[in-house]
Design a protein around this ligand. Structure first.
Ligand code: 5GP
Ligand code: MN
Length: 328
């Protein structure tokens, strides 16, 4: 039985579902959760969507009905005990649900993972997807089409469109195939206005974000090979510009706009540690690089979160390790 058929069977055989996604959710994460929520609701299921992180302010437009809840250990103490199936979307590693990790790991019901990252953790009863998909939203589109589990409608189409548009870098990354464009053509036919969606996602930031970007760009440096560019965002910079983690999304890509640079790194200071984002061109596998620092991701976009570590204490080691991944 293929994974889509198995997923359909699990849906039919169970009544209550808990959906969750990764820390600092992106539009693919949120759109996939909301589209899957809508499919399950159409089938009369009980569904809750609970995330470790609050929805980033610029993506609140995706969840007008405020379906998504932010995890609260007190309020949600019985959460996992109340559901038959846990579904994690757009991640494949329980650590990425942070405060919900222990609940997920000890969950007694069925654990389903719908995702397009490499090397899923071995804790799931069913894994749906794979690295051949451009976005988790694409997996859901194919699932709907192949199993006819529910009708596409404008809500689901909007969620999947945003998911796929953003995870393909607005249709420019490697997995932007003719099939992806055909899928997008069908989604647009549900009444989507592409310039309007793009504007909502990318042109509605706070003024502080642009000031922060300016400061972050001023920290940019090249390593001795001039093939690695790196930049820093500290807590102090974030606070001074009245910005948050969601505002930093995308900054690292500027590293790759410099001729000759093959790998970009962003060091970002968290409350209790740091986050490192890696981006690369071509065949350079920064998911392997991130794995050396307890992280993961895709070949050309990956990240790590390290707790109780400072940027100063690890920066040189990260750059030296990164140099091993350069082609020459
Ligand atoms: P970003 O740098 O945009 O936060 O993350 C880029 C990609 O790296 C994400 O899509 C995700 O696949 C992966 N990623 C980011 N942070 C982590 C992490 O802490 N652990 C793992 N396993 N993957 C991460
Ligand atoms: Mn994704």
């Amino acid at each position: 039985m293929n994974a889509f058929t198995e997923l359909k069977k699990i849906i039919e055989a169970n009544n209550s579902f808990l959906l969750m996604t990764h820390v600092n959710p992106d539009p693919d994460a949120l759109g996939s959760e909301l589209a899957f929520y809508s499919i399950l609701k159409k089938l009369g299921k009980q569904v809750r969507v609970v995330n470790h992180s609050a929805t980033p302010y610029n993506l609140e437009f995706m969840d007008e009905e405020k379906i998504i809840e932010k995890f609260d250990a007190e309020k949600h103490s019985e959460l996992f005990a109340q559901v038959d199936v846990c579904v994690i979307l757009d991640l494949n590693n329980a650590g990425r649900v942070v405060k919900m990790e222990s609940g997920l790991r000890s969950f007694k019901g069925l654990k389903v993972c719908i995702d397009h990252h490499q090397d899923p953790e071995d804790i799931f009863d069913l894994i749906v997807g794979g690295t051949e998909y451009s976005a988790t939203g694409e997996i859901l589109f194919r699932f709907i089409k192949e199993t006819k589990i529910a009708e596409l409608d404008s809500f689901i189409a909007n969620q999947l469109y945003v998911a796929i548009m953003t995870d393909t870098g607005s249709f420019r990354f490697e997995r932007t195939t003719p099939e992806v464009h055909q899928m997008i053509a069908e989604l647009i036919s549900y009444g989507i206005n592409p310039p309007e969606v793009y504007d909502k996602v990318y042109n509605q930031f706070n003024f502080g974000r642009v000031k922060l970007l300016g400061e972050a760009l001023s920290t940019m440096q090249l390593d001795s090979t001039k093939q690695i560019a790196y930049m820093i965002v500290t807590k102090e910079m974030l606070e001074r510009n009245e910005t948050s983690e969601a505002d930093v999304d995308g900054f690292v890509n500027y590293c790759l706009t410099i001729a000759g640079v093959e790998i970009g790194i962003l060091f970002y200071e968290l409350k209790d540690g740091i986050k490192i984002s890696f981006r690369s061109k071509g065949e350079i596998a920064v998911n392997k690089l991130a794995a050396e620092f307890n992280g993961g991701g895709h070949r050309n976009a990956s990240g790590s979160r390290l707790f109780n570590v400072t940027i100063d204490s690890i920066k040189e080691k990260v750059i030296t390790t990164t140099q091993k991944y350069l082609n020459n």
